[in-house]
Design a protein. Sequence first.
Length: 335
Amino acid sequence: MKIAIGLSGGVDSSVAASLLIRSGAQAVGIYLDAGTGGAELAASAAHELGIELIVTDIRDSLENLVCQPFEGSYLEGRTPNPCIICNPAVKFPAILRAAKENGCERIATGHYSRVCLYRDSYHIYKGCSENDQSYMLCGLNQDILKQLVLPLGDYSKSQVRSLAASFSLSSATTPDSMDICFIPDKNYAAWLQARGASAPSGDFLDDFGNIIGSHKGIHRYTLGQRRGLGVSKGNRLYVSNIDVCTNTITLSSGEAFSTTQARTLSPFWTSGIVPELPARFSVKTRHSKSEVMSSVSSTNEGLLIDFDLPIRPPAPGQTAVFYDADRLVGCAEIR
């Protein structure tokens, strides 16, 4: 079987490709050129693996489908996850197109998750270790999932590095890859500034609407933020509200900062079939190990999530991902 694998040259994609080759598959490396460098590393890995490398330019689609929406969301006081946007809109479709153009039957990546058939549709399942990356793959549809192979789903990161060493891959000791390819230093504000998209300064308010300081632009802050506020009021402060219309940010004091409820925009269901709601799911609202059992019901705008236990309030723009045990059922953007 001929399989196209997304190859960055890092340890995860290199080991995933090596496992495919050792299973008898003919692997073809696909490097997605986002204009941020790294093609040489991918080429070196392909040479080391003895496979062909195809370079696919995704700069235009990344700009139009990910960077511009990401920029707009931040200027609206929202906190999106660009990887969740990119995977179904840019990354996986690009690998799939390259696969079809080069006669490949399946596609693969080095994500720590699994794909399994459940009741006539394909679903992402959690990886078997603490390195699970299913959250990031929540938006993948059936056209992608039915062709996707995830060789690292049964491994941990330490096991993968051990495999890389045993396979004599130079990536065995390389650092982990960056989370956001187009903002490698994670400085969102500087990235927006470089694009000429910064927001104006405004007022910090307390819970009573009194001005207690000045903020440097709403794009620099997110709900729940405690550090880097530059305001001292005796008690520890956190961002409790961002009002785009008035360009103000409310800071609250105290340690208690939690919620038992969240509302979302229209959800995406992995199977393509809307489940019977209300229903009980385990819900993640950020890419971490933390998740909580919840009751999920429909509203006119999207979904209402009632968490069994208080959680740190998710910021607007973040993604709620719904699980039935280890099976990813769907996702929705927090309002």
